[in-house]
Design a protein. Structure first.
Length: 197
């Protein structure tokens, strides 16, 4: 029995459901909001390549190295995608990544809700010892958002990979470890309580 199995996670500001091909058209609509694929330091799929991206993520799920989700807004509209990735079953570690959201929901409680749901499932259901976050050195918005969650920077993997445009990517690695989870959970829950006030 696999360690990670498809699951639906839901809170007041977002719903995460297992990715399927039925989400294709909604994901295409979402990714067009803001032309997200144009950011050179991210790997957001172009609308024309959404089917291939769904295939890629589902293939990694079949290989037990990823658990992909479609993110929905409270009104049911598709907001984007996120995953558990780089799954390390023996060591009970996952990375939360390959995340993108339509422009309309950026800087709203949706991302905080998604991260709370994913972290809670990772630490309280999967018994993870650590959860990682990784981002491009030049993605200042992502780095700041990860730090706001309460994750701590572990370091920078220099020349970690080659980007599609041929540039070399320095990857900034953050993590939350299991002993930090109660404090991080209290922090994120407080942030969402403030958002509902």
């Amino acid at each position: 029995m696999p360690w990670l199995e498809p699951v639906t996670l839901e809170g007041p500001h977002a719903k995460l459901e297992p990715l399927t091909h039925e989400h294709h058209d909604g994901l295409v609509t979402a990714v067009k909001d803001g032309g997200l694929w144009d950011l050179w330091y991210t790997s957001v799929p172009h609308p024309d390549k959404m089917k291939a991206e769904i295939d890629r993520r589902l293939g990694l799920q079949a290989a037990a190295s990823m658990l992909p989700f479609t993110v929905r807004q409270p009104n049911g509209a598709i907001a984007g995608m996120t995953t558990y990735m780089n799954v390390d079953t023996p060591n009970k570690r996952v990375e939360i990544g390959s995340t993108w959201y339509r422009k309309a929901v950026q800087r709203t409680p949706l991302n905080t809700q998604c991260k709370l749901l994913l972290l809670q499932h990772a630490f309280e259901s999967l018994n993870c010892i650590a959860v990682e976050f990784r981002t491009h050195f030049f993605n200042q918005q992502s780095r700041a958002a990860i730090a706001r969650l309460g994750a701590k920077q572990d370091g920078i993997l220099r020349n970690h990979s080659v980007a599609p445009n041929g540039t070399l990517r320095d990857t900034v690695v953050f993590s939350i470890i299991n002993s930090e989870w109660p404090t991080v959970k209290a922090h994120l829950t407080y942030q969402l309580t403030k958002a509902r006030a």
